[in-house]
Design a protein around this ligand. Structure first.
Ligand SMILES: Cc1ncc(COP(=O)(O)O)c(C=O)c1O
Length: 464
């Protein structure tokens, strides 16, 4: 008997089954009492086809910005299949060839970091970083008690209880408390809605400097880490000003706070450089990554750390006083080899097809085209970097009063009606879920950018 034919299905049965069996992610299911869920069946490049045969241009890289090299990459499928036939899995307590090769390749892009730990989701990678901070706070003499981790308002770091405790989005947190203690928020850095009501450049970058006050209030002897996105993603595509990160860095250095850069979204070329933080003058102590890493052909994540951090955990297991002082953490699926070869093949494609260059070039074209819309009603702010752009919609351009959730839903629906799938800030920040985001696979062409911007112009001109 051969393998079951997974692709043989009855359309109506699948549609019915979706309603009957699935609990979809971050979706109010009441909606499906009157609307049919979109069920995707196939993808090629930036085009996805649903179960009804309708084709869409996907500007979300698979919904959450992760299918970075586009759909239908046979070479990734082939690499995974070959690896699965050879050795599908061995726990990360042992070594495997793809783990070594993948680690070497990634660390070559992070010359100041020395070791990498594999896991399987962005949230999990961030959890590892928190555990490293916390464990060090127990046994490293000079870090004793430094267990707290600061995070930024509007940033998101994942879905687990600790990761959500470390996230600055009230709607992702609401009703999930009580939260894990030891996570402390500091203000966001969105100039369009400055938390200090100031205007750049005359603001003295207070959004960065205020971190010092937060550290002092908590007590520097209690703060061990600061987690931050290079560019706030789900919180509204917020690009910090160039002076921002050096100030953050200085505060971290001054108080021996490990700077954890969450590159889950921005890594692997999304913003026009390999890492989002490559745009800024900053030297993170840890970098977490996921999404684009294996282009989501397989689940994979990791935390990379400075060699000095790794070395702190090199203790003698034969010494009863030091026996527990190694990183006592494990992740079953961090040992899957398929995702690692998918990552290697993803990185080969990125390199060979010069996708980072395309992200930079098409990204600045996209941003420029979106900026042309700024004269239209509703378009409040346009921001972004590389192939990661956002448009914030407002009802009143003078007061910057945001459009309503219902209006925002209409704008997105109008794009969908034109067969274009875009993203938006979704259940993130009350009153501010009004940024449409554009994060296509890094292979997007000029014509495709024009089609997307044309559809948005049509939508805005038609009014809501
Ligand atoms: C910046 C950032 N960090 C972490 C995560 C969590 O990743 P995952 O959903 O793979 O757990 C996300 C998810 O969107 C994210 O945007």
């Amino acid at each position: 008997m051969g393998a079951p034919d997974m692709l043989n299905y009855d359309v109506e049965e699948i549609v019915k089954g979706d309603k009957e069996y699935l609990w979809h992610h971050i979706k109010p299911h009441k909606l499906f009492e009157t609307a049919e869920q979109l069920i995707m069946v196939e993808g090629k490049g930036l085009t996805v086809t649903d179960i009804r045969g309708r084709e869409f241009l996907d500007v979300t890289s698979g919904g959450v910005w992760s299918v970075i090299v586009g759909f239908g990459r046979e070479s990734i499928g082939d690499a995974i299949a070959a690896q699965l036939k050879k050795l599908p899995y061995f726990a990360g307590v042992y070594g495997t060839v793809p783990a070594v090769q993948c680690a070497e390749k990634i660390l070559a892009t992070l010359p100041r970091l020395g070791k990498i730990y594999f896991a399987n989701s962005g949230s999990e990678a961030n959890e590892k970083a928190f555990k490293i901070v916390r464990q060090a706070a127990h046994f490293i003499e000079q870090r004793k008690g430094k267990f707290k981790v600061l995070y930024r308002n509007r940033d998101y770091h994942g879905t687990t209880i600790a990761a959500v405790s470390a996230s600055g989005q009230n709607e992702r947190k609401e009703q999930f408390g009580p939260f894990v203690e030891g996570f402390v928020e500091f203000p966001h850095c969105c100039c369009y809605r400055c938390p200090f009501d100031k205007t750049y450049p005359g603001c003295d970058i207070e959004c960065a400097r205020c971190i010092e006050d937060v550290v002092q209030k908590e007590g520097p002897e209690t703060v061990g880490g600061l987690i931050i996105e290079p560019i706030t993603a789900g919180g509204g595509i917020i690009v910090p000003v160039p002076e921002y990160f050096p100030i953050v860095q200085d505060i971290c250095k001054k108080h021996d706070i490990w700077l954890i850069m969450d590159e889950v979204v921005c890594g692997f070329g999304r913003t026009g450089t390999f890492w989002g933080h490559d745009h800024f003058d900053v030297d993170p102590d840890m970098v977490t990554m996921a999404k684009g890493m294996a282009s989501s052909y397989e689940p994979l994540s990791a935390v990379a750390v400075k060699q000095e951090i790794f070395d702190l955990f090199l203790n003698d297991p034969a010494d009863p006083d030091q026996r527990m002082n190694f990183f006592r953490d494990i992740s079953t699926y961090g040992g899957c080899t398929g995702p690692l070869v998918a990552a290697l093949e993803t990185m080969r494609i990125i390199e060979d097809e010069k996708l980072i260059e395309n992200s930079k070039e098409m990204g600045s074209y996209l941003l420029g085209r979106l900026q042309e819309l700024k004269d239209l009603p509703l378009v409040g702010d346009v921001r972004g970097m590389g192939l990661f752009c956002g448009v914030e919609f407002v009802r009143d351009k003078t007061t910057r009063e945001p459009v309503s959730e219902a209006e925002m839903a209409k704008i997105v629906a109008s794009m969908l009606a034109q067969n274009i799938i875009v993203g938006r800030t979704n259940t993130s920040i009350t009153g501010l879920n009004v940024t449409m985001n554009f994060a296509p696979a890094l292979i997007i062409t000029k014509d495709e950018v024009d089609r997307v911007v044309g559809a948005l112009r049509y939508t805005v001109e038609a009014g809501i």
